[in-house]
Design a protein around this ligand. Structure first.
Ligand code: COA
Length: 169
C-alpha cells in the first residue's frame, strides 16, 4: 500500500490524539517510559488552529491515517513541533516521508532551516534526526527564542536530556 502525505482536513482531527497516544507507546522501555502515559498533549482547539493555518500534515495509507507532523514558522526557521507515527505503522519509512515533506513545507514558506527539540539518547529521536542530516545546536544565547523557550518549558516539565537540532534547507 502506498503512503501519501497531505495537509490535514477537518475530518482528520478526531484521529490525531489517537495517533499521538499510539506513537508514544514507543517510549516504553526507553529512559522516557513515562511519556507513554502522558499523551495526548494537544487540545482540539490547538489542533484546529494549526489545521486552519495549514501547519498540520498527515500520512495516509489507503483511507487510514498513519502519522502526522505539526509545524510552525518562526522567522526563517521552520519548527517541527510534533511528529508521530504509531508503532503499528513504524519502520516503513513513513517518518522519513513526513520529515521530507516537512522540509518541503518549510522551504515553500521561505524558511532556511527546519528546527526541533528532541531527546538526545532515545534511539528514534536525535540519532534518527542526525542520520537525516540534522545537527545539534549549542544551547546558548545564539539559540532562537522558539527553541530556547521550548527547552525551558520541557525542563520545567521535568524532561531531561533534551537538545535543539536544525537541518539547513
Ligand atoms: C520518530 C518516528 C515518527 C519515526 O517514525 P517511523 O515511521 O517508524 O520512521 P521510519 O520508518 O521512517 O524510520 C526512521 C528511522 O527511525 C529508526 N527507528 C524507528 N524506530 C526505531 C526504534 N524503536 N529504535 C531505533 N530506531 C528506530 C529507523 O531505523 C529509521 O532509521 P533510518 O531511516 O536512518 O534507517 C516514530 O518513531 C515516532 O512516532 N516516535 C514516537 C514519537 C516521537 O518520538 N516523535 C519525535 C519527537 S522529536
Amino acid at each position: 500500500m502506498t503512503v501519501s502525505i497531505r495537509s490535514a482536513l477537518p475530518n482528520d482531527l478526531p484521529r490525531i490524539p489517537d495517533l499521538e497516544r499510539e506513537a508514544a507507546q514507543r517510549f516504553r522501555g526507553t529512559t522516557q517510559g513515562a511519556l507513554a502515559d502522558a499523551a495526548p498533549s494537544m487540545t482540539e482547539p490547538f489542533l484546529r488552529r494549526a489545521l486552519q493555518a495549514d501547519r498540520l500534515l498527515v500520512a495516509e495509507e489507503g483511507e487510514t491515517l498513519c502519522g502526522f507532523a505539526l509545524l510552525d514558522q518562526c522567522g526563517t526557521d521552520g519548527w517541527l513541533q510534533e511528529f508521530d507515527v504509531p508503532l503499528a505503522f513504524g519502520g516503513q519509512g513513513i517518518g522519513r516521508a513526513l520529515l521530507a515533506f516537512s522540509c518541503a513545507w518549510a522551504r515553500g514558506r521561505g524558511c532556511r532551516r527546519l528546527t526541533l527539540t528532541t531527546f538526545r539518547n532515545v534511539p528514534f529521536n536525535a540519532p534518527f534526526y542526525t542520520r537525516f542530516g540534522f545537527a545539534e545546536l549549542v544551547a546558548d544565547e545564539t539559540l532562537p527564542a522558539h527553541l530556547r523557550n521550548a527547552l525551558a518549558q520541557e525542563e520545567a516539565a521535568g524532561l531531561g536530556d533534551r537538545c535543539a537540532m536544525a537541518l539547513d534547507l
